[in-house]
Ligand binder design. Structure first.
Ligand code: PHE
Length: 353
């Protein structure tokens, strides 16, 4: 074989090797085998020097052709292999955008918070401002400044959670520094009147605590929205009009409202307000205790003695106050026959609102 034939044979062999390489690494091995420092083609090219001057141009031309052919075959094969590699990488990384997403359950506001917000909304519409007071109170704010005499039954251990040692049955000696869980939001009235001058139009929503056993219409922890107005010339008529507006806004025009004379130490005169039962429509059922009416709030004209505790002039100002039971309102609004549902946290109940 002449050296030219050797070169052509090498060309054919190397091109077959290029086509047979199925990975970029294998292709690189082929390149090294022929064109590397110790490659077969390189070896032949190195031998060119030993040829005669007549042979050299011809063999030089062929070897250049062979090298170019091999190089371009390598390039084409490399591109093809890269394309395949890219395509399979893209296929592996592909995201199926048609897969349905995973729905994450979204929480929502507790029905009681919704109802408190609605109550606040009604009074905001009348120009009332929202205030807040502490749930852990002093006896002074919860009772004394609200005109409760020292021996008032509401102060009794049976009704109020005190933050003190309850061991033994030593008689309770009430003192103004006693710490307790507020039994109503009315101490909020005292805080507001201590820090603000009339005219005052506020509501105070919040949790309150009583030593009651839970039953369909009582809870040991419940929610009130206190209202307080102090201004010149405020009358019981204003109170009644305000509460009727509130009931209409909350329940619509069909429910009936009634005021019953009542007693609270801090209002005079006082009343309790009932709304006709939405479950039995006034017939009497379990949730209204057979009455046909449900009590939703207590109210009255601010007692001048209370003004005395906070330094407001009772000759110049009058006021009214009310305390709305939010669980009662929610129960009436949605026909929930047992207030315990509101605190049990059963999601089958809560999801309905
Ligand atoms: N604080 C009273 C209660 O909890 C309700 C009330 C508030 C009554 C304001 C009169 C005025 O029963």
């Amino acid at each position: 074989m002449t050296i030219g034939e050797d070169l052509r044979a090498l060309e054919a062999e190397s091109l077959t090797a290029v086509e047979g390489a199925t990975t970029l690494d294998a292709l690189e091995e082929v390149r090294i085998a022929y064109l590397g420092k110790r490659g077969s083609l390189t070896a032949i090219l190195r031998g060119l020097g030993a040829l005669s001057a007549e042979e050299r141009p011809e063999v030089g031309r062929i070897s250049n052709e062979v090298r170019r052919a091999l190089e371009s075959a390598l390039d084409r094969r490399r591109e093809a292999l890269e394309r395949t590699a890219r395509a399979s990488r893209i296929a592996a990384e592909a995201v199926d955008v048609t897969l349905p997403g995973r729905a994450r359950p979204l929480g929502h506001q507790h029905v009681l918070h919704q109802v408190v917000d609605e109550i606040v909304e009604v009074f905001s519409g009348l120009g009332y401002r929202v205030a807040e007071g502490p749930e852990v109170e002093l006896d002074y704010y919860n009772f004394t400044a609200l005109n409760h005499p020292a021996d008032h039954p509401a102060r009794a251990l049976q009704d109020t959670f005190y933050a003190r040692d309850l061991s033994g049955d030593t008689a309770v000696v009430e003192g103004e520094s006693d710490v307790l869980l507020r039994t109503h939001t009315s101490p909020g009235q005292v805080h507001v009147m201590e820090s603000e001058k009339p005219p005052i139009y506020v509501i105070v929503p919040g949790k309150v605590y009583r030593r009651d056993v839970a039953d369909p219409s009582h809870l040991p922890q419940f929610t009130q929205v206190e209202g307080l107005v102090v201004d010149e010339g405020v009358t019981f008529g204003d109170l009644k009009g305000t509460l009727e507006h509130f009931v209409r806004e909350m329940f619509g025009p069909d429910r009936r409202v009634r005021l019953r004379p009542h007693f609270f130490p801090f209002t005079e005169p006082s009343a309790e307000v009932d709304v006709s039962c939405g479950i039995c429509g006034g017939e009497g059922c379990r949730s209204c205790g057979g009455e046909g009416w449900l009590e939703i709030l207590g109210c009255g004209m601010v007692d001048p003695n209370v003004f005395g505790y906070v330094g407001i002039d009772p000759e110049r100002y009058t006021g009214f106050a009310f305390g709305i039971g939010a669980e009662r309102i929610a129960g009436l609004k949605y026909g929930v026959p047992d207030l315990r549902h509101f605190i049990e946290g059963d999601t089958r109940f809560l999801h309905q609102f």
